[in-house]
Design a protein around this ligand. Sequence first.
Ligand code: IPM
Ligand code: MN
Length: 361
Amino acid sequence: MKTYNIGIIGGDGTGPEVTAEAIKVMDAVSAKFGFKINKTDYDFGGERYKRTGEILPDGAIAELKKQDAILLGAIGHPDVKPGILEKGLLLRMRFEMDQYINLRPVRLFPGVECPLKGKGPKEIDYCVVRENSGDIYTGSGGTMMKDTPQEVASQLAVYSRFQVDRCLKYAFEYARKYGKKARGVGPENTLGLVGKTNVLTFLYDLWERAFHEMGQKSYPDIRRDYYHVDATCMWMVKSPEWFDVLVTGNLFGDIITDLGAITQGGMGIAAGGNINPEGVSMFEPIGGSAPKYTGKNVINPLAAICAMQMMLETLGEEEAAKKIDEAVRFVTANKMKSLAAGKMGYSTTQVGDMVAELVAK
Ligand code: IPM
Ligand code: MN
């Protein structure tokens, strides 16, 4: 029987609760579709850091690299200063495992309340390919004359052609496989580059040249669009139906996908994958640890379930992934009152049970 080794990092706050529901659904779907999941738990996160003073033990990354994929709950602790766990754990894992793609679908599911007037699941149905290894996230910088009135700070956005090309290749391939034409919901597959070529005339000039060169040469079947990032924010609100697959740098991708998430129903549903197409990928709900809801059995587990769904799709279990997608859509359309914590009409575990039952059918 096909077996996958999955590393589980429940993490902080409500992370372990939502991860447990994702595992429940994963166990149900693997039994149904005839593959096996071999789980290994890791206790990384704020609690461990507070207890031991250590964020990631020696050898942890090497061990994670032996897994087939990783499922992450949430990282972030109210008693730990911002930046420590983010840089020491989440970003370190992304960088050291070279998960150079951050894949963030923006899909409104049926029955989910959308803050955009007149927009439904047909209009909000696109995906952002966020570059995940470079940009201002790794650029050099520093401070001078700190804590004086003359203090100077800098943080540089840096991209190599290599980083840009490998990201664009993934995005074009993704558009070919999962674009609107490929999915039978539109006349063509489109990749839109989101940049700021009017101001970042070095950085996004590199992206734009690489984009058109690669598109012309290897992906003539895919339509190419370009949008400035500020205008993209407007269109994500006014005309999200224009978009199919978008590709952009790390920082712009971070920002526009939070906007995307709120248009698809918020943090209870938004999921993302940190993908190394040649290595080990890590999947996570993008909502964070939501500490005030910890242990109350009220948090929405669907984002974690959707992250696990993306994990199975990336591992090649496409039928199982499709089944989960259908089950989640059924539950949002017919069962849940809201996606917000405490207002779902069901508890965390009940939502997990409903999805698990549906995928087992
Ligand atoms: C995200 C988060 C992270 C990021 C933070 C927590 C470092 O906002 O996954 O979008 O900026 O990438
Ligand atoms: Mn973010």
